[in-house]
Design a protein around this ligand. Sequence first.
Ligand code: OSB
Ligand code: MG
Length: 367
Amino acid sequence: MLVDEVELRVVRLPFRSVFKTSFAAETEKVAIIATVRSDGVEGYGESVMDVLPSYREETIAGALHLLREALVPALLAKGCGDPMDLVDSWNVWRGNPMAKATLELAVWDCHARQLDTPLRELLGGQRTEILVGASLGMNPVPDTFESVRQHVAQGYKRIKLKIEPGWDVVILDPVRAEFPDIELTVDANSAYTLDDIDVLRKIDQFGLHYIEQPLHWDDLVDHAALAPQLDTPLCLDETLTSPARVKAALDLGACAVVNVKVGRVGGLAATKRIHDMCVSRGVPMWCGGMLETGIGRAHNIHVATMPGFVYPGDTASASRTYARDITEQALEADNGIMPVPSGAGIGVTLDRPFLDTVTQSVEVIRR
Ligand code: OSB
Ligand code: MG
């Protein structure tokens, strides 16, 4: 495809309530919505980096710079043959997988819409619905307990509790006592070190499905040292930034479960490569989330239809996070089952009047 123009729009959308993790207390989503226009067809992508580098090192300002100065001009100059090759053509610019994914996702969506095909079909996804779990932020014990009860009652297939030192056993004890059989996991977002082995051994006693990113956000070696000391499998999130990093993590034994976030790994081509590697090595995967708006959430849902995504993902109902979303379609799970939007591409459209009210800046770069 030849790309006529790319729109970079920064949106700010308030969360319904504060989402507290070991690394931040977030009150709103700030994201770049990239629109690719080609031959009268639009495609959309959404970024996952934060304003400041609190989850990984990328930032919105850094991504906008890279998009303006390098990625968008290259796309406008060369167009795109197969979107599977696009991210490789950007290898001259190192790293920055989240910035690259923002634009790559928009190209994939545009490409799928031009073919009048749901995105999932281009990825080899057969399912028309996916199983989802819920990720619960850190709140006082009674509130968290009530939230677990509600999400279990709503049929969510897995409950994930955010933890940090001093906020682990204290919440796991009552939750496990009341819900002995639910699929339960914890996500530390890098809050522990190997010196915390005593408490990590306690966390190991709760029959968790996996422990997500207990150690440093870029680490492989310490996770590989921790894994054999625990019965519970380790799952990596923050550390996994590319297919090569996933291979390194698996070769080292740093994790036995893979959380794929399409933005963090550099887009859909990278996701497909990680998927095929994990399937061939028999490693279970699931699709993570970054509290995306309907654009990023729809991409995640299509990704999670691929056969290797065998555990419930984090792509829960948008209404848990937002009073009003920027897409016209409501992405809502029923009994822990999320339908895949039908229609071409990611299958969602923008609610333009509302989008304008949450837009902080818009720029259009033309060929
Ligand atoms: O670590 O998975 C994470 C949200 C923002 C940043 C990191 C994470 C999360 C979540 C929420 O756990 C997942 C979601 O509901 O989108
Ligand atoms: Mg995580």
